[in-house]
Design a protein around this ligand. Structure first.
Ligand code: MN
Length: 250
């Protein structure tokens, strides 16, 4: 995305979600998401999905166009709602095939927009968890194009098995490290805000929905954390200059 998209929310809202972790094992969440697309997102001007839409994504070649989620996303973008998807740490292999099937524009790892005159930086959030050294090492490995090419060359069944094992190891790792290491590092938040020259940030990943207001270099700054879709849905609604984290009942 070369230019900064500008949204004026006086007309229609802009929505942000992340960490749905859609998976066939949790059909109620899939139903909630499809209902959200049809009833809520369809009235918005744009929907930003900031990573981990899917619990796992083993490559666009395994995409089934008839899948209810894919067709609901396609139906949404076909009505003219701008649909943007960022890759998370689970679905980092989302690619052009997904984009073409859904009409979603894939975003880079750091993406900025202007929202009612405020410049906002969006990211999945895993790059802020810099105290988790082992995760950052894993991330560097799986984001390497050579690693991805080797992985994508494996048969789908092998990739599914590898992904399941990676999730198990990740769960084991998360249980073994200090709680604080799984949250963002304040130093990394400040560094990225300074580097990007912004004071507002929206991200997911930590599953700790909140609006954090703080001072950065003597001026107010804000970090909004989106919630996950396990026990409920979670959505940041920006409308008429108001930003509100909302829960969706499952
Ligand atoms: Mn994540």
């Amino acid at each position: 995305m070369p230019k900064t998209p500008i949204h004026d929310t006086n007309d229609r809202p802009v929505l942000f979600i992340s960490d749905l972790h859609l998976d066939a094992s949790r059909p109620a969440v899939i139903r909630l998401f499809i209902q959200f697309l049809r009833q809520t997102a369809s009235k918005a001007q744009a929907l930003y999905i900031l990573g981990d839409l899917f619990e796992a994504w083993i490559g666009d070649d395994a995409l089934r166009a008839e899948d209810a989620v894919i067709s609901a996303l396609r139906a949404l973008s076909a009505t003219g709602v701008a649909l943007y998807v960022m890759r998370g740490n689970r679905d980092f292999l989302l690619g052009e095939g997904f984009s073409q099937a859904t009409g979603a524009a894939l975003l880079g790892d750091l993406h900025r927009i202007e929202l009612d005159g405020v410049v906002v930086l969006m990211l999945h959030g895993d790059t802020l968890c810099t105290d988790d050294i082992e995760y950052q090492r894993f991330r560097a490995m799986v984001r390497d194009p050579r690693w991805q090419a080797q992985f994508l060359a494996k048969p789908a069944a092998q990739r599914l098995a590898d992904a399941a094992r990676a999730r198990e190891e990740s769960a084991k790792h998360n249980r073994s490290v200090d709680e604080a290491a799984l949250d963002v590092s304040p130093g990394s938040v400040h560094r990225i805000l300074r580097e990007q020259g912004v004071r507002h940030m929206i991200h997911g990943h930590t599953h700790r929905p909140s609006v954090h207001r703080f001072e950065l270099d003597g001026a107010p700054a804000q970090r909004i954390v989106l919630g996950d879709w396990y026990e409920q849905g979670s959505c940041l609604v920006c409308e008429r200059g108001c930003w509100q984290l909302q829960e969706l009942a499952l």
